[in-house]
Design a protein around this ligand. Structure first.
Ligand code: FAD
Length: 699
């Protein structure tokens, strides 16, 4: 445990993709400037802190994953506090502030944070500071930045109160005197009565002491030449403002090149989520015609030599590398083209000012430089403001320097959102736009997040195809634009498409005597089981599936499984099954025409399809989208869900489909039950609670 007890606070983070950790690190770093010390731990390190005896204020930063679950690293913690035998005053001694991260595009926004917050309250813990809920959909920083700004005053006040309570007058005076040394704190104390009710949107009222350290040093550049702002060009008022830029994050990583040779670490060592399996791709099929807008591929993996197991409805993760051309380009810009295959040793910089600095867990201590850039860092990530701030120091051109300062400043917040965040600008795009920026390798390791494995829904049944696992995906394509001179493909889907190209066009590869491709394509995967998105345990219960586009994927697994069960158990009773499928064109992207076989053999009772881009000569235009089709079967939906206690599954695109389907279901429930919309929404919430209305959606 660290820290002088008069200034210490406990800082816990629960992270899935590294964002909550990065924010906790930011808090820890800023704490020093406020005379405070963060005792920071991952929430899973339960041997390093003890909330049962914790007297200092606790700050929790927690993200949300899946369909509203806390991150994997918080599972044990959540289970522990959800113990129903705990008394209501279990945490009565605890004062805490919580920052939840989420994405409002998903149904259960910030549910990880809300769950922990609610439970701590039930157990008697007190807020010393209002809960912040940050939305990745509009930009986490909109809430995170002002929340952190306001945290210091609240923390100091909480520490004072805590010590007063403990009757430690000597400590109180020490804290008071530390507060009085900084002029801005006097202002803070005058505001102290507002602490309990901090309103996050009131950003202007926050003091900007941490952000303003360079205010005088940065002078505005000459008025803009063009009238349009862009990534590299600003216009008034931003171009003429004095800027509040974030504090320069201390560097903390040192990279040493080594003369030695050896082996790179195994990919499995990069994964903390479970066992990885390297499996052959045995089949690749393009499901869409060449003229379809998106290209969908189905891949079949051979898992027969592994202990990998799954149920239809589960997802799994694919470990994918960055694009080799982009890696080469980065090496070139860093001036390290010749050194890509050299081994490097990554260490914490001696004497770094960063509190609690440690080598990021996703970076091996020893590997080649190319290995780090290829397998460990999400080089396509949208650079955070702290990264931009660090890049300012590596930029020689005065105009470029100023623009980078603007983009990370408070005054340039909307430019950051517009030209970086919403434009999906990545690090390489930035280096092209700001050619005098020459960062050092350690900055990339310090600021780029972990390259995440990508999740895919299983599209097969282990009963129907023993030893096989199939999945379906669209190749993600990002067209060229002003800030991205070349078009790009998604990291994982672009890589997979290239990898399996020989299987898609077998004539181009050498076939052995059995007609099989002689070179085996292998990928590394690991399981990501889904707790709820499974077939009903009772086969007599009816269910409806809604899966347009690649959202149909898990339902192919459901239907294969069901077909086998019907063949094996002729004496069982099976409920009716419905599938609503939609795509753009009947003859270009109708992914699984063999659905008709399921219909023919009775596995599928009702198949309803729609085509959003096909023109129709019918007098009454047919419905375009699955949500429109569902409305046509309102009585059946209500019967299956309410009378027969059936299940309703939705899979696929969150933004454009899943919300539309939920709206349609609410309308149907309201109409069929003659209830108002609010009542219908409550029924839908109840169905979700009972795990009979289930979603597996992604954006
Ligand atoms: P990435 O390189 O990660 O690019 C996609 C990201 O780029 C987007 O998330 C977005 O942030 C960003 N972006 C968006 N537009 C642009 C733009 N114009 N320019 C630049 N960047 C942009 N997908 C399937 O196809 N099939 C499935 O069965 C499936 N199942 C899933 C199950 C789960 C539980 C989850 C969480 C996701 C699932 N996905 C599925 C999504 C999948 O994991 C990947 O996100 C998807 O395949 C894209 O990966 P990628 O690496 O190719 O794209």
């Amino acid at each position: 445990m660290c820290c002088d007890s008069k200034r210490r606070f406990l800082l816990l983070y629960a992270t899935q993709k590294g964002q909550a950790k990065a924010i906790a690190e930011e808090i820890s770093q800023q704490a020093g400037a406020h005379g405070l010390e963060a005792d920071m731990h991952c929430i899973s390190e339960m041997d390093k802190y003890n909330l049962e005896t914790e007297r200092d204020p606790v700050v929790i930063v927690i993200s949300t994953t899946g369909t509203g679950e806390p991150p994997d690293t918080a599972r044990k913690f959540v289970k522990k506090i959800q113990d129903t035998t705990l008394p209501p005053d279990h945490f009565a001694h605890l004062q805490y502030g919580l920052l939840g991260l989420g994405d409002s595009e998903y149904m259960f926004f910030c549910n990880g944070g809300k769950t922990v917050d609610r439970r701590l309250q039930e157990l008697g813990a007190q807020h010393f500071y209002g809960t912040g809920l940050a939305d990745d959909c509009v930009g986490l920083e909109l809430v995170v930045d002002p929340w952190i700004d306001g945290l210091w005053l609240a923390l100091k006040k909480a520490l004072l109160l805590q010590k007063e309570k403990e009757g430690m007058n000597n400590v109180v005076s020490a804290v008071s005197s530390s507060l009085s040394t900084a002029p801005h704190v006097v202002h803070e104390l005058n505001l102290s009565s507002e602490v309990q009710n901090l309103r996050l949107e009131d950003e202007g009222a926050r003091n900007a002491d941490v952000l303003s350290q360079n205010q005088d040093a940065i002078s505005p550049v000459a008025p803009a030449r063009n009238s349009e702002a862009s990534l590299v060009h600003s216009i008034p008022p931003v171009s003429q403002s004095a800027l509040n830029v974030p504090a320069l994050p201390p560097e903390y990583i040192e990279v040493q090149f080594q003369d030695t040779h050896g082996e790179n670490p195994h990919l499995s060592s990069l994964i903390s989520e479970g066992t990885t399996f390297e499996v052959p791709v045995t089949k690749a099929v393009q499901l869409t015609r060449e003229d379809a807008i998106k290209t969908a591929l189905l891949l079949e993996l051979d898992i027969s030599d592994t202990v990998f197991d799954y149920q239809p409805g589960d997802a799994f993760c694919v470990i994918c590398p960055n694009n080799p051309n982009e890696v080469e380009e980065l090496l070139h810009i860093l001036g390290l083209s010749e050194k890509g295959d050299d081994f490097v040793c990554v260490k914490v910089k001696e004497g770094t000012k960063k509190k609690g600095a440690s080598r990021p867990q996703h970076i091996p201590e020893r590997s080649t430089l190319k290995f780090i850039l290829t397998w460990c860092l999400e080089i396509r990530a949208i650079p955070k403001k702290a990264f931009l701030r660090a890049l300012v120091e590596c930029t020689s051109d005065a105009g470029e320097k100023r623009r980078l300062q603007e983009l990370c400043s408070r005054q340039g917040a909307s430019d950051y959102t517009r030209f970086i965040r919403d434009s999906n600008v990545c690090f390489l795009d930035l280096l092209h736009a700001f050619p005098s920026c020459k960062p050092s390798l350690n900055l990339l390791i310090e600021h780029l997040p972990k390259l995440q494995a990508r999740s895919y829904s299983v599209s097969s049944s282990n009963l129907y195809q023993p030893g096989k696992l199939c999945f379906v995906f669209n190749i993600v394509e990002f067209p060229a634009c002003l800030t991205r001179p070349v078009s790009r493909k998604g990291v994982c889907t672009g890589w997979l498409a290239e990898l399996v190209a020989p299987l898609l066009h077998p004539s181009k590869t050498t076939l052995d005597t059995k007609g099989e491709s002689s070179s085996t394509v292998k990928i590394s995967i690991f399981p990501r089981p889904n707790n709820t998105f499974h077939l009903p345990a009772d086969p007599s219960v009816p269910f409806m599936m809604v899966g347009p586009g690649t959202g149909i994927s898990p339902f192919i697994g459901f239907l294969q499984h069901r077909q086998k069960l019907r063949e094996q158990h002729t004496d069982w009773e099976f409920g009716e099954t419905w599938l609503f499928f939609g795509c753009r064109h009947q003859d270009r992207d109708y992914l699984f025409k063999q659905l008709r076989c399921f219909l023919g053999n009775g596995t599928l009772t009702h198949l309803k399809v729609c085509f959003s881009r096909d023109s129709s000569t019918a007098e009454v235009a047919p419905p375009k989208y699955v949500q429109d089709v569902i409305r046509l079967y309102a009585k059946d939906v209500a019967r299956v869900l309410l009378k027969e206690r059936g299940y309703f599954y939705i899979c696929g695109d969150k933004k454009h489909m899943a919300d539309g389907v939920s709206d349609a279901v609410v309308d149907i429930l309201s109409m069929e039950m003659e209830a108002d919309r609010l009542e219908a929404m409550k029924i839908l919430a109840m169905l979700r609670e009972e795990k009979r209305y289930l979603q597996d959606v992604w954006s």
